[in-house]
Structures are given as structure tokens and as C-alpha cells.
Design a protein around this ligand. Structure first.
Ligand SMILES: Nc1nc2c(c(=O)[nH]1)N[C@H]1C(S)=C(S)[C@@H](COP(=O)(O)O)O[C@H]1N2
Ligand SMILES: [Mo]
Length: 314
């Protein structure tokens, strides 16, 4: 697990990921040779590191599978606010402005408030974690996310004892999001988690990937990731976090309740009504792989669903 504390690196200092990766390697090499910390300007600038990731020591939450390329992760997307084709989000999100950003926190919480994103991030431990990612459509990737545990944010926000679920909402900006001018889905996109799911250490609020800021098409500036659930639970460009007593509505459940339930745990034994979920295609690979229960995270999360009928609670 690689981690540092904000504001260890002011955002103005964050370099493109090309130099970032190189700098890490350079610093490591320099340390090995007994050279002191190099100044930024002294670093070599030649770099093409998009498809690699400095796999330092494997952290407790990291998979050691080969990571998907930066190209794959940022050009094959689902973000219907920018269009329904996999290539649309990268093509159509250029004019989207993720800065400045405000997140409204309300519902069953001690002090409902609106937070500038910087304030929400203050004091959070930002980590890079390599997670498997499984879309309900049957494809998968391995993604080096950067983010912080939702649990630490929730503790700070102090929900009341009535808070049993957390509901999230994506920004509504039809002027910048051409997909929102059409009724592909009910806008804004909404999602939710049960409180124990939200508090699970695997649940990340994501602010970046491949060591740099989150690209617009991946849900800038703040999105959710629950790696044991299908990808659509990972709501993007979040502007509202609401603590609620009852299970909140979720966009894909509204769109097709027989196909997408609230839980949406990756489960090879529960087929989608229109296709099997037994296997998946890793983007960039030809042969299919077997899909694992809870996307390979069963040891960590299966206890959350003890006694629940996962065929009924799909
Ligand atoms: N607001 C919003 N969030 C969203 C979606 C969307 O259309 N709108 N698509 C979901 C789906 S189906 C998937 S698979 C993931 C894709 O995330 P990625 O493009 O970063 O891989 O985002 C999820 N979050
Ligand atoms: Mo998806």
C-alpha cells in the first residue's frame, strides 16, 4: 500500500503521470546509489510509462494481476452522461469542468453541509490500490485507483444512529454532459450502499488513477469504487452524499428492476436475465476467464451477506 497524507503534494505540484512514474523510479535508483533527493527540475523528462505501474511492495488490498493500460482504462468507459458508446466519454467529456467542485452532505448526519472538495479531502489518507474491476456487461480490467477509504470520511461526517444507508448522486450538467439531454437513464444518476458496505475498508472514494488526477471520463473529480460489486455501483462525479434510513433508489434498478438489484455483488452463480455471469473477458485478452464470487474479494466481504439469499438479493 502506497500512501501519503494530503496535502503532502499540493495539486499544483502534481506532474503528469509520465514524469510521476519516472520520478519514483529515479528516486528509488538515487536512494540505492546514495544520492540525495533530487530537485524536480533535475529529473530526466523522457518517459513513456502509461502501461506500467510501479508495483512497489504489494499492499494488503492490491491484486498482483497485470494492470490494464492507461489507454484501456480511459478510452473504454461507461458514463452515459457523455453518451452510450464505450468511446463516447473520452470523446465528449473534454469541456467538463471538475474544478471547482462542491459536495453536499445531508440527511441523517450531525451537521449537514456543503464542502469544497479540498476540504472534504483534508486529512484523508490517499492511497494507490490495484483493484479488479468487473462490469455487469461481462468485461473486466485491473485498475490502479488512487483514493481514500469512504469509512474515514463517514466517521468524520458523524451520521446519526438512524443512518442505515448512504445515497450518492452524480452532478446534473446537461450543458456540459450531452448525454443528459437525452433520456438514456433517469438523471441524475443515483446509487447507494448499505452502511456496513460503505464502511468496509475496500470501499474507496476515488480521486485518481495511475497516480494522477482522475480523467473526466472516469468520473472526475470524485467517484465511488466497491470492487466486489458490478461496475455500475461505482457512481461518478459525485455531488451529493446523503445518509438515509431506507434503501435508496438506484439508477439501473429504476431502469430495469429485473436485471439490476440494489446489491449487485459480482456473482457467477446468478445469471443476468439476458446473459451468463460465469465468465468475463479481461480487456486486452482473447480467452475468457472465470468470474469469481464477489469478484475475488469473498474472503473480505462475504460475511456482510451471511444469511442473505443472494439469488433474491441480486
Ligand atoms: N454517473 C455515472 N456513473 C457511472 C456510470 C454512468 O453511466 N454514469 N456507469 C457505470 C458503469 S456501468 C460502469 S462499468 C463504470 C465504468 O467506470 P470506468 O469508465 O471508469 O471504467 O462506471 C459506472 N458509473
Ligand atoms: Mo458497467
Amino acid at each position: 500500500m502506497r500512501s501519503y497524507r494530503i496535502p503532502a503534494i499540493p495539486s499544483s505540484e502534481i506532474t503528469p503521470e509520465e514524469t510521476y512514474v519516472n520520478r519514483r523510479q529515479f528516486i528509488r535508483a538515487a536512494a540505492a546509489m546514495g544520492i540525495g533527493m533530487a530537485a524536480n527540475h533535475a529529473l530526466p523528462s523522457v518517459v513513456r510509462a502509461q502501461d506500467r505501474w510501479p508495483q512497489g511492495k504489494k499492499g494488503p488490498y492490491d491484486t498482483d494481476e497485470k494492470v490494464s493500460t492507461f489507454q484501456e482504462i480511459t478510452t473504454y468507459n461507461n458514463f452515459y452522461e457523455f453518451g452510450t458508446d464505450k468511446a463516447d466519454p473520452a470523446k465528449n467529456s473534454g469541456a467538463f469542468k471538475p474544478k471547482p467542485w462542491t459536495v453536499r452532505v445531508d440527511g441523517e448526519v450531525k451537521k449537514p453541509a456543503s464542502y469544497a472538495l479540498e476540504d472534504l479531502l483534508k486529512g484523508q489518507t490517499i492511497e494507490d490500490r490495484i483493484y479488479r474491476f468487473r462490469c455487469v456487461e461481462g468485461w473486466s480490467m485491473v485498475i490502479p485507483w488512487r483514493g481514500f477509504q469512504l469509512s474515514t470520511l463517514i466517521k468524520r461526517l458523524e451520521p446519526t444512529s438512524k443512518a442505515k444507508y448512504v445515497a450518492f448522486e452524480t452532478v446534473m450538467r446537461p450543458a456540459e454532459m450531452i448525454g443528459q439531454r437525452r433520456p438514456y437513464l433517469t438523471w441524475p444518476y443515483v446509487e447507494g450502499l448499505r452502511m456496513d458496505e460503505a464502511m468496509h475498508p475496500l470501499t474507496l472514494m476515488v480521486t485518481g488513477l495511475y497516480g494522477k488526477e482522475l480523467p473526466n471520463q472516469n468520473g472526475a473529480p470524485l467517484r465511488l469504487i466497491t470492487p466486489w460489486k458490478y461496475g455500475f455501483k461505482g457512481i461518478k462525479s459525485i455531488v451529493k452524499i446523503r445518509f438515509v434510513e431506507k434503501e435508496p433508489p438506484t439508477t439501473w434498478n429504476i431502469a430495469a428492476p429485473d436485471e439490476y438489484g440494489f446489491y449487485s455483488n459480482v456473482n457467477p452463480d446468478v445469471d443476468h436475465p439476458r446473459w451468463s455471469q460465469k465468465s468475463e473477458r479481461r480487456i486486452g485478452e482473447f480467452l475468457k476467464r472465470k468470474t469469481l464470487p464477489f469478484n475475488g474479494y469473498a474472503d473480505q466481504v462475504a460475511h456482510l451477506y451471511a444469511g442473505m439469499d443472494l439469488k433474491r438479493n441480486y
